[in-house]
Structure formats: C-alpha cells, structure tokens
Design a protein around this ligand. Structure first.
Ligand code: SF4
Length: 213
C-alpha cells in the first residue's frame, strides 16, 4: 500500500506540470491500484448513476503499449474489467494475431463508467473523465498508443476527422506514437472493416517490434 500523502504529492506534481515520473515497476502497479480505488466512487458526471462497477483499466503497468477504447459496455459494467464479452474476445484475438497478449499491454477506456445502452459518451462526460486517463498515461508512460474507435481517437486527438482519415496516419499524442483503428464492437457489426483493421494492426506491430530491438 502506498500512502495517501504520496498520492497527494503525485497529484501536486501533476498539477505543477510534471508529466514524467520515473518510478520503479512495483510502484506503478501500486499507484494504479490505489487510484482505481480512490476514483471508484466518482460522481463527476452522470454516468455514475448507471455504474455497477467502475472500470479503471487493467494490464501491464510497464506496458510499452496502451490500448484505449471508448467506455465500458454491459459485461464490463458487471465485471469491472475492460474489454470482456464478445468485443473483448475479439480484441484478445486481434492481439494474438500480432503476437501480443492482454498481459503485454495496458487496456482502458476514455470513460470509466458505462454509458446507458452503449451510447457514445457525451462531450461533458469525456471531459470529466479524461484526467483519469491522462494520469494513467503519465504513470504507465507507454511508447505506443492504439486508439480503438472514433470516440477515443477524436477525444484524445481533439479532432473531428473521420475514422478513414485518422487510421491512415501515425499521430503523436503527448509525444507518444499513436495509431487509430476500429473498435472491436464496430468490427463485429461490420466484418468488412476487418481487413483494414488488420492493416492497422500490422503497422502497429511493426512499431512495437522496433521497440524490442
Ligand atoms: S465516467 Fe468518469 S467522470 Fe463520469 S462518473 Fe464515471 S469515473 Fe467519474
């Protein structure tokens, strides 16, 4: 357990603009765990009213890559875990196809509580929740980001560009190489997008492999 004082100190550093923290691996896991408990009762936006479980994120706190989706769905709300259920299974298989597992990466969403009926999170909900994601990125310090779906991409990249345009470019988010592809739920709805999604994944994998060399 880390102390409340340490968390307050980290928050102070963040507010002062300190964006890079050099932390031993075990500390990262502990900090993420503490923060997840701390925020689990958040009421900053109306999505808390439908929350069964808060879905902070999971995976390797020292991951080279973070995968960021839109928000929890029904299964995620029930389990407290991101990307479970059919879309989660597809994501697991997509990772397998590029020789990665869920344990290699860190997986989370733009909003941490389920939007009702799986609607898109509204702008004010995204804005309210974004600091939690930015803090996760600060702690994990990934070298690559893969954004899953248009909502995640448009929110983090602060753009209105289409998926077609966004996925064809490598972006930089806070200096981190960032790729955009379809959300697994969208791929389940429209299998025609699987081919372009595979191309996106291969570009992502090529960058990931470079990091290992
Ligand atoms: S979605 Fe985010 S900001 Fe809204 S209540 Fe949940 S944790 Fe808080």
């Amino acid at each position: 357990m880390i102390s409340r004082e340490l968390i307050q100190h980290l928050e102070l550093l963040n507010n002062l603009g300190v964006k890079e923290l050099f932390l031993p691996p075990s500390s990262k896991a502990e900090i993420l765990k503490e923060l997840s408990i701390k925020y689990s009762t958040c009421t900053k936006c109306k999505l808390h009213t439908g929350r069964i479980k808060f879905v902070y994120g999971e995976g390797n706190p020292d991951a080279l890559a973070m995968l960021i989706g839109e928000g929890p769905g029904e299964q995620e709300n029930l389990t407290g875990r991101p990307f479970v259920g059919p879309a989660g299974n597809l994501l697991t298989n997509m990772l397998k196809a590029i020789n990665l597992s869920r344990e290699d990466v860190y997986i989370c969403n733009i909003v941490k509580c389920r939007p009702p009926n799986n609607r898109n999170p509204e702008p004010e909900e995204r804005e309210a929740c974004l600091p939690y994601l930015l803090e996760q990125i600060d702690i994990i310090q990934p070298k690559l980001i893969l954004m899953l779906g248009l909502v995640a991409a448009q929110t983090l990249l602060n753009t209105k560009l289409s998926m077609e345009k966004l996925r064809q470019t490598t972006h930089s988010f806070q200096g981190i190489k960032t790729f955009v592809t379809y959300h697994p739920s969208a791929l389940l709805r429209n299998p025609n997008w699987k081919k372009p999604a595979w191309q996106d994944l291969q570009r992502f994998q090529a960058e990931y492999v470079k990091l290992l060399q």
